[in-house]
Design a protein around this ligand. Sequence first.
Ligand code: ZN
Length: 103
Amino acid sequence: MEGYRNCQSCGMPLDRPEELGTEEDHSKSTIYCIHCYRDGRFTDETMTLERMRDRVRAQLEMAHAGQDVIREAIDRLPQLSRWLGKTPPTGLSAGAVDEKSKR
Ligand SMILES: [Zn+2]
């Protein structure tokens, strides 16, 4: 299946089918995970990048991830499509996200 390797909202790996979000027609999303995206919509529409940072940090700390891993995951969040303000079409591969990622 073509698609992103990480959820474009929280950054978690999408390597297991049961972790994939679902579209309105209950097909699998190739973009978001089940925790972020269900039935064609975000589970939390009001989520912000700041809150997502806290959530990812908390989850990784619970999983006893190292500080390096946590920092890397958090640093990557602004590069994800959801926070770039783009909703990528299903099946589009990562990499076409240049304009806003310039610092
Ligand atoms: Zn997610």
